[in-house]
Design a protein around this ligand. Structure first.
Ligand code: NAP
Length: 335
């Protein structure tokens, strides 16, 4: 089968479309014929060697497609169903991928109206955002600072926080992304260099929650915006610059540091992750969360990676693995 693969770490040019062996499902797994595959910044980190991964590696953490085969122990899914899936072991950027039953959701009822591209964009980005809001225990009326707010996870987090009655302060790397962040419902939008002086903007209030996958000096500036009881949720390190947060500072300011990671959640509480994935799909299907999806042909996977790394990209990126009507299954309406 055709699959995106890299055999060494490096720039986007190490990504190739290659012929690789087809995967086989284990007893609790589902084999999915992939129509679209999401591309997220986590895969950029794997490709760079910033997060550990065995080589050669087929990247791809989220897909939409059709169930081809299920393992003996699978009870909730059957061949022929249209699905969205998290493929947290990678492998999504391929014609076939295996996922555990716990991270595969049938696109039935209102979920069937999701297009293939949108259904592939949701599992990693919106599911992560859903988990962030839960981890942060966001309450109506609270002020939530979302970093990288114009990106895939960030734009979903802005919308989910607004839907929960929070006031969202969006922060972006440069001014060109202000309009995108505001379009998702953020009350205020700032660039990172403005985080040091929010008094006028917030009327003297402090921030209750920070959602942070940026790291580096921005992480320090964001931590300093929190008030008593504030929660700093860390879920990535796009700047590749970890920082040390003083436990004494946590004590003296009465704030908390919280981590969120899909892989860790999948290992510890797969049913909770499945709930997050299902809720994320419904939030998009019912219009609570809108997505700005850029679609690329599979062969242009390096273009998608370069766009994410450039910091110029907004919204989410997906690869089209299979053209409408070219797969072995009947094609759904592509909306
Ligand atoms: N914990 C989890 O389970 C989990 C799951 C999925 C994704 N993530 C993380 O969530 C974050 C967002 O993922 P995404 O796929 O939606 O990506 P994205 O937000 O669309 O793109 C990454 C963004 O990070 C920001 N950034 C800050 N410093 C950067 C740097 N030095 N180089 C490149 N980008 C930089 C940029 O926005 P600005 O220019 O506005 O800063 C960039 O647009 C990533 O950090 C990813 O690793 C975590």
């Amino acid at each position: 089968m055709r699959a995106v693969q890299f055999s060494e770490h490096g720039p986007p040019g190490v990504l190739r479309v290659a012929e690789v062996p087809e995967p086989a499902p284990g007893r609790s797994d589902v084999l999915v014929e992939v129509v679209c595959a999401g591309v997220t910044f986590a895969e950029v980190m794997f490709r760079r060697g910033q997060l550990p991964v065995g080589l050669p590696h087929v990247p791809g953490l989220a897909v939409s497609g059709w169930v081809v085969e299920v393992g003996d122990a699978v009870t909730t899914l059957r061949p022929g169903q249209r699905v969205a899936a998290l493929t947290l072991a990678g492998g999504g950027g391929a014609e076939l991928v295996v996922a555990p039953e716990s991270t595969v959701v049938a696109l039935e009822g209102e979920l069937d109206r999701l297009s293939d591209a949108v259904a592939a964009a949701v599992p990693c980005s919106v599911t992560t955002a859903w988990g962030l809001l839960e981890a942060a225990r966001v309450q109506p009326g609270e002020t939530v600072l979302v970093l990288a707010a114009a990106g895939g996870v960030g734009s979903a987090a802005v919308q989910l926080a607004v839907a929960q009655g929070a006031t969202v302060l969006a922060a972006v790397g440069h001014g060109a992304k202000r309009a995108a962040a505001r379009s998702w419902g953020a009350r205020h939008v700032v660039t990172y260099d403005e985080l040091g002086d929010l008094d006028d903007l917030l009327g003297g209030r402090r921030v209750d929650v920070v959602l942070d996958a940026v790291g580096g000096p921005v992480r320090r500036a964001a931590a300093a915006t929190l008030g008593f009881g504030g929660r700093h949720v860390v879920y990535g390190d796009a700047s590749a610059t970890d920082v040390v947060i003083s436990t004494n500072a946590v004590w003296l300011t009465g704030t908390s540091l919280v981590g969120h990671n899909l892989g860790a959640l999948a290992a510890a509480a797969p049913e909770r992750l499945r709930t997050h994935l299902t809720e994320a799909l419904h939030a998009v299907a019912d219009g609570t969360v809108g997505l700005d999806v850029t679609e690329h042909p599979l062969a242009d996977v390096a273009v998608a990676h370069a766009a994410l790394e450039s910091r110029a990209s907004t919204g989410t990126h997906v690869l089209r693995v299979q053209g409408p009507g070219t797969g072995s299954r009947p094609g759904p309406a592509v909306g």
